[in-house]
Every structure is written in structure tokens, then in C-alpha cells.
Design a protein around this ligand. Structure first.
Ligand code: HEC
Ligand code: HEC
Length: 387
């Protein structure tokens, strides 16, 4: 553990008035943001929240007419009953294909400055078109989306009320969806309650897990701040998901994505695993790196990691206890990038259980929602038969 960590613990401990948690006190320059309760998400100036906009965004989030063949909505891959993600290791895709990565939850996405597993979008407004128009997700077309919405009188009325549009403008679709997503927040977990001063919100086991998280297990090195993520990128050597080798479709999508992301032909021929951040930067040193995910709501979002290779917290803790993975399917370059921050932890069975208990405290009540009643198309005009 780096020296800086102890100061951040001291801040947390001090702000809580906790004396007996055993955090050290020492000054150092590089201090990670302390773990803390989560407040409200930021709202961009040019897209203020209004109840009407949020309601419109909710309808659009559940409406498959946004997707290319009018069969895929955001909620089909961000299923409320599946942690607002998708329960398969690799997400379902646009009809006929499957995706190539695990579907992330949209709960608390409103707080993130780097969205997607490799941080490819910086705001929800910028993320939504990527999802709705991306070939393996929504596969929509802007003009088609606008045309469809223009045939739905209820949307014409609502876009006019909310945005002053003569007919629904596609850029305002993204704004409304983002406004809705900013209401999908999870900031009242047992952990948040504890950090706000309710000492009884965590069990003794969870408090011990909290200490381990910040101490011996050093999870806080990357999962820090109120979101429990530093939003930086690391290669942990996550193993390949077990069913990947058997899924021809997943492999086809994988190959397609290599081309779509512009890798060289040489790499295209030899690459066997998701190179993560590399696709954005084309720097070898970024191969296999993914954004640290936030940890709230994870009780509902298994399987975990960019490729869904772990199904529960026990597997995750075992993985970290072994010092992470090995990038087993790559030929060296990717493996070299494995972060030095992961080391064997030597946790006892009791400590592992404590850590798992703490992870559970990062989720409160499930956020439930049923599909809203979606507005119908205008009736087609009656065809007049000419005699
Ligand atoms: C076919 C499945 C699919 C559809 C449809 C889909 N998504 Fe996603 N979504 C995913 C997957 C998979 C990821 C992770 C992809 C990646 O990082 O490369 C993701 C990531 C996200 C994220 C990032 C969360 C984070 O932690 O960074 C948000 C937000 C999101 N989707 C919102 C939406 C919205 C809004 C829509 C509708 C316009 C939508 N998604 C449609 C599968 C889908
Ligand atoms: C070096 C930075 C780093 C450290 C240290 C670290 N993590 Fe992570 N964590 C990550 C990254 C990056 C991912 C995503 C990796 C991927 O998908 O390839 C992740 C993923 C996870 C996930 C899955 C979340 C999801 O939504 O899929 C959990 C749970 C988790 N970490 C818990 C822990 C625990 C517990 C510890 C301490 C034992 C820990 N992490 C230590 C960076 C780190």
C-alpha cells in the first residue's frame, strides 16, 4: 500500500468521528479521493431536468422504435429486472448478432465522466447516439428515428412541449434519454448511510470488510471517491469468459469490431482478446485496459467485468487475492501491460468473507420499473377506392 492511502483513510475516519477503526495518520502528496457518501449527479447547463423531459426520456428509453428494425430498445439490453444491464456474460446484440462486451448497468451512469468500458463517451447525451445507432446495439439511423417519431402524435406533442420542436428532433431524443438516466441513481445504500453517520448501517463483518478494502486488500487504490472508481484504465488480466470459445457469433462480432475500430491487418489476424483502451489510443501500452467500474448496485448486475467472466463476489475476491489474471490468450504485448498494482493479497477465508460482505453493503434496494405504456402510431389514412 502506498503511503498516500493512509491520509485519505484519516480524512474518512475523521469526518465520521470514528476513532477505533485503526486507520493510520500520515501526510503524503499523492492522496486518492476518500470513499464517501454519494450526492446528486451533475446536470449539464444546456440540458436542465424537467419532469416532462424526464417522462419523455423514460418513454424513449423503453421504445424499440428507436432501433434500426424497430425491435430493440435501450431497455432490452438495460433490463430493469437484470440490474438495468443484461444477465449474459456478453450482452445480447442487434437481432442476428450478439454484442462483444458485457452490458453495463445504467444505474449511476449519470455521475460518470467516462462512459463505456473504455470511456469512449464523456456524457450521457454523447453516449446515447452511440448506443442507439451503433451497429451491434441499436443499429438505428437518425432520419429513420425522426421519421418514425413524427408518425406518433403523442411524441410530436411532447417534443413540442419540452423542446419547442415542430417535429421530434433526434438530438433531443438523446437529451431526453439523458435526463431520464439522471434519475436512475443509487445513493442511499447501507454504505452511504454509514458514511452519513449511521454507525448501525453496516454489520461488524462489513466494517471489517471496509477496513480491508482500504487496507490489506487495497481495493481503494482504484475504487475510490464517492463513486468507488477513479475512472482510470487498467489491465487486470481478466480471464476469458468460459462460453466465449463456443460462441461463433461472439467471435464474428469480435472480428467485426477489430475492423470497425481500425486495427492493422497484422493485428486483425492475430488478436484473440479484447484490447480495450487500445482501440481508442492505438498505443500498445493501452492494450487490455478497461475503465474501473463503480461498485454501487453490483448486487444486481452480475456477471461482472468487461466480458462477464465472473458471476459473484466470491469469484471476484478470489481473483484479486491471487493478484489478478495473466492475459492467458494473448501473445505477450497485452500481458506486459498487466498492472503492477495487483499483488497476491494473502487474505484468510474470514477476511474474504468480510470483503464480500462489504461489497454487499454497496447496494441498497433494487430499483424497479415496469415498461410504460408506449404511444401508438397515428392511424393510417383510409384508402379511398377509386371506381
Ligand atoms: C444491444 C444491446 C444494447 C442496447 C440496445 C443498448 N445498450 Fe447500452 N450498453 C450495452 C453494452 C454491451 C454496453 C458496454 C459497451 C462497451 O463498453 O463497449 C453498454 C453501455 C451503456 C452505458 C455506459 C454505462 C457505463 O458505466 O459507462 C450507458 C449509459 C448505456 N449503455 C445506455 C444506453 C442507452 C441510453 C441505450 C438506448 C439508446 C442503450 N444503452 C442501448 C448494450 C446495449
Ligand atoms: C488496479 C486497479 C484496481 C484495483 C486495485 C482493484 N480493482 Fe476492481 N476493477 C478494476 C478494473 C479496471 C475493473 C474492470 C476490469 C475489466 O473489466 O477488465 C474492476 C472490476 C471490479 C469489479 C466488477 C464490477 C463490475 O461492474 O463488473 C468488482 C466487484 C471489483 N473490481 C472489486 C474490487 C475489489 C473487491 C478490489 C480489492 C480486492 C478491487 N476491485 C481492486 C480496477 C481495480
Amino acid at each position: 500500500m502506498k503511503k498516500g492511502k493512509t491520509l485519505s483513510h484519516a480524512i474518512v475516519a475523521a469526518s465520521l468521528g470514528i476513532a477505533g477503526l485503526g486507520f493510520g495518520f500520515s501526510a503524503a502528496a499523492d492522496v486518492n479521493p476518500p470513499l464517501a457518501a454519494l450526492g446528486m449527479p451533475p446536470v449539464p447547463r444546456d440540458n436542465p431536468q424537467t419532469p416532462e423531459k424526464i417522462e419523455l426520456g423514460k418513454l424513449l428509453f423503453f421504445d424499440s422504435r428507436i432501433g434500426g428494425d424497430a425491435s430493440v430498445s435501450c431497455a432490452d439490453c438495460h433490463v430493469p429486472k437484470q440490474g438495468w444491464g443484461f444477465n449474459d456474460p456478453i450482452s445480447r446484440g442487434y437481432p442476428g448478432v450478439i454484442h462483444w462486451r458485457n452490458s453495463q448497468t445504467v444505474i449511476n451512469a449519470a455521475y460518470l465522466g467516462k462512459l463505456f468500458w473504455v470511456g469512449a463517451a464523456k456524457s450521457l447525451e454523447a453516449q446515447a447516439p452511440g448506443a442507439a445507432l451503433g451497429a451491434v446495439s441499436g443499429n438505428g439511423e437518425r432520419d429513420m428515428v425522426e421519421a418514425r417519431l413524427a408518425f406518433i402524435p403523442e411524441y410530436v406533442k411532447r417534443f413540442n412541449q419540452v423542446f419547442g420542436d415542430d417535429w421530434p428532433k433526434v438530438n433531443n431524443v438523446w437529451k431526453a434519454m439523458a435526463a431520464f438516466e439522471r434519475t436512475l441513481i443509487h445513493n442511499d445504500t447501507p454504505f452511504d448511510k454509514f458514511m452519513r453517520g449511521d454507525r448501525s448501517a453496516l454489520s461488524e463483518e462489513q466494517v471489517r470488510g471496509f477496513q480491508l478494502f482500504q487496507g490489506k486488500a487495497n481495493c481503494v487504490e482504484c475504487h475510490n471517491g464517492p463513486l468507488l472508481t477513479d475512472q482510470k484504465f487498467y489491465n487486470l488480466g481478466v480471464p476469458r469468459a468460459e462460453d466465449w470459445s463456443e460462441s461463433g457469433l461472439a467471435q464474428i462480432t469480435f472480428r467485426y469490431e477489430q475492423l470497425a475500430k481500425g486495427v492493422t491487418e497484422k493485428l486483425y489476424r492475430k488478436i484473440k482478446d479484447d484490447a480495450g483502451l487500445y482501440y481508442r489510443t492505438k498505443q500498445k501500452s493501452d492494450m487490455g485496459k478497461f475503465r474501473t467500474p463503480p461498485l454501487r448496485y453490483t448486487a444486481y448486475t452480475a456477471p461482472f467485468m468487461h466480458n462477464g467472466s465472473f458471476f459473484d463476489f466470491d469469484e471476484i475476491v478470489d481473483f484479486y487475492n491471487e493478484g489478478g489474471g495473466t492475459n492467458e490468450f494473448t501473445d505477450g504485448v497485452m500481458a506486459k501491460n498487466k498492472t503492477k498494482l495487483l499483488k497476491k493479497l494473502g487474505l484468510t477465508d474470514e477476511e474474504k468473507a468480510d470483503l464480500v460482505a462489504f461489497l454487499e453493503s454497496l447496494s441498497g434496494e433494487e430499483i424497479k420499473m415496469t415498461t410504460p405504456k408506449l404511444p401508438p402510431y397515428a392511424p393510417l389514412p383510409a384508402v379511398v377506392q377509386a371506381n
